[in-house]
Write a protein that binds this ligand. Structure first.
Ligand SMILES: Nc1ncnc2c1ncn2[C@@H]1O[C@H](COP(=O)(O)OP(=O)(O)O)[C@@H](O)[C@H]1O
Ligand SMILES: [Mg+2]
Length: 280
């Protein structure tokens, strides 16, 4: 059996201080190689904290965080990481921004540049390599930040709400585009979002987190055929599945009223009536 791309077990973390903030309360997660896995949770529950542990930038209080069997604790750089606010450097042109992560990861300047140029078209940035970030649209800036992340030579991509700041129309375009890019790339993705619909469209597996301190409330396998078109969101089965995810998001709030947290629900969503492309 292939080793899990990501294995997180019993992860706990409290930010110290006058008022310590308990963030992770025994989080478990597993991602198979090549899978697109989303992490959905309310704002402030600890999603970014979890990604920082995987990125090796934050040492947790307890638990295991493994990428391909290697502990990420105190070891940054095992994954390509796109932080929630992945700011482009305004004084570097698009191409200069694109190569930044690869250069930091040790790829030579020329090689990184060549790889970036080869990917410009797939990332919808042809002809914009010499543009300044301020000359790009919001969608293009996000694609550029994603291109920078894809250029980092790692099997795992950690993407923290990459489309969070985009308008709804651009976001829909990005969902289609990201599916195409990912389909031609064998990498594992761990994708953080607070948008249930986005998670359902993109993912093979969706984990739902409880409010802080976070645990996993539910795990859904999403077996809809790919590619998933924008119209899928009006499919009655999709709508029903979305309601199930939202219910899982809402359920743990009972915990705050003293109700013990139930064990995570494991569900398989395959009822979607969308036909595979070759049957249409
Ligand atoms: N360095 C830090 N020190 C203290 N508290 C922090 C720190 N980073 C995050 N937090 C707090 O931890 C909680 C979880 O943050 P975060 O992981 O960013 O949540 P999410 O990404 O799910 O919105 C929040 O309440 C946040 O204010
Ligand atoms: Mg966050």
């Amino acid at each position: 059996m292939l080793e899990a791309a990501v294995a997180i077990r019993g992860l706990r973390h409290t930010f110290p201080g006058d008022r310590p903030v308990e963030v992770l309360d025994g989080v478990d997660l597993e991602a198979a190689p090549g899978a697109f896995v989303s992490l959905v949770g309310p704002s402030g529950c600890g999603k970014s904290t979890l990604l920082q542990v995987l990125a090796g930038l934050l040492v947790p209080d307890a638990g295991e965080s493994l990428i391909e069997g290697r502990s990420t604790v105190g070891e940054p750089g095992l994954a390509a990481y796109m932080p929630q606010k992945d700011l482009l450097l305004p004084w570097r042109k698009a191409i200069g921004n694109a190569v930044l992560g690869a250069e930091i990861a040790g790829v030579g300047k020329e090689a990184a540049r060549e790889q970036a140029m080869a990917l410009l078209e797939r990332f919808g940035l042809t002809g914009f390599e010499s543009a300044w970030p301020s000359q790009l649209s919001g969608g293009m800036r996000q694609r550029l930040a994603l291109l920078r992340t894809f250029l980092v030579p790692r099997h795992l991509l950690l993407l923290d709400e990459p489309f969070g700041a985009l308008d709804a129309i651009t976001r829909r375009e990005m969902h289609q585009w990201l599916q195409e890019v990912w389909a031609t790339d064998a990498r594992t993705v761990l994708f953080v979002t607070h948008d249930v619909e986005e998670a359902l469209i993109l993912s093979d597996v969706v984990y739902v987190m409880t409010p802080r301190p976070a645990r996993m409330a539910a795990r859904f396998e999403v077996d809809y055929p790919r590619p998933r078109r924008p119209e899928i969101v009006t499919d009655p089965a999709f709508v029903a599945d979305k309601a199930r995810l939202l219910a899982a998001l809402d359920a743990p709030t009972q915990r705050q009223a003293g109700v013990p947290t139930p064990p995570p629900r494991w569900d398989r969503l395959r009822a979607c009536s969308e036909k595979p492309a070759d049957e249409l």
